[in-house]
Design a protein around this ligand. Structure first.
Ligand SMILES: Nc1ncnc2c1ncn2[C@@H]1O[C@H](COP(=O)(O)OP(=O)(O)OP(=O)(O)O)[C@@H](O)[C@H]1O
Length: 256
């Protein structure tokens, strides 16, 4: 029996309850997620780490409603993803979930402003005055004021990722999933992007879950979850990069 959905009133944004995801059956089955129980709380910046094949992408895809669990439950914003049909999940994703990708995923033919407001247009939503103030504020703090009329190809990688951050924050989603957000950036731009994500959590209470292989990136997070063989093998508060490297080496040992 799956524990009833948690609600936002207890500060939980994502809950996994005995959640498993398997590919195939019988002895050859792969348990990409194996009986996961975890809560991600409001305003928390969580890094999800682990060796290759440990289940990080599956964890994120399941939490974002892009993939289904084989058993157990996943709740987002108090809503049970595992009992919703595809249409309901797509709507929830559009309204309540933001994404930041390694490859930025901006629309090349649209300007910075048009990219940032695209989620509203896709959802058929008019931008209210309050939302417009929030977007203007984001454009300012993300250092994009001079770039609003530019197309992505006219921007550096770091600037493109800042546009993607603005786009993700614009709709004030319940959670932002970031998949290796600094994977295509140099050290300086990576630091900039991570500091911006850090301050989005601290200053705006934005919940962020970031998949990363990089201990330095994860050192910006409030919490470090380490997966190995589809299980959570470590769950810590803020750590420095060296401590995180140590955790990862231990997790590799679990897999070996
Ligand atoms: N569609 C699929 N069919 C079969 N097996 C799959 C499928 N997707 C993932 N897997 C398996 O599930 C396990 C977890 O995969 P997942 O992609 O979640 O790992 P990961 O930690 O994100 O890996 P990486 O760091 O290499 O991206 C792996 O053993 C993978 O081979």
């Amino acid at each position: 029996m799956i524990t009833p959905p948690t609600t936002r009133s207890d500060g939980t944004v994502v809950s996994f309850r005995q959640a498993s995801k398997s590919y195939g059956t019988g002895p050859g089955a792969v348990h990409a997620l194996d009986n996961i129980d975890v809560d991600i709380r409001q305003g928390e910046f969580t890094a999800i780490m682990g060796p290759s094949g440990s289940g990080k992408s599956t964890f994120m895809n399941v939490a974002a409603g892009l993939d289904d669990v084989s058993s157990g439950g996943v709740f987002v914003d108090g809503q049970p993803l595992h009992t919703m049909d595809d249409t309901a999940r797509t709507l929830l994703r559009r309204r309540r979930i933001g994404f930041i990708f390694q490859s930025f995923n901006l629309v090349p033919t649209l300007t910075v402003t048009e990219n940032i407001t695209l989620p509203f247009r896709l959802a058929g939503q008019q931008i209210t005055q309050d939302e417009q103030h929030w977007i203007d504020h984001l454009v300012r703090v993300l250092g994009l004021t001079e770039r609003t009329g530019h197309k992505p190809a006219e921007l550096s990688g770091g600037q493109q990722q800042r546009v993607a951050i603005a786009r993700a924050l614009a709709a004030r989603p319940a959670i932002i999933f970031a998949d290796e957000p600094t994977g295509n950036l140099d050290t300086r731009s990576s630091g900039e992007v991570l500091r911006l994500m850090r301050s989005a959590a601290t200053e705006y209470g934005q919940t962020i879950a970031m998949v990363s292989h990089d201990p330095i990136a994860a050192s910006y997070a409030d919490r470090v979850l380490v997966l190995a063989d589809g299980r959570i093998v470590a769950d810590h508060g803020r750590l420095d990069a060296q401590q995180i490297s140590g955790l990862l080496l231990t997790a590799e040992g679990v897999v070996a």
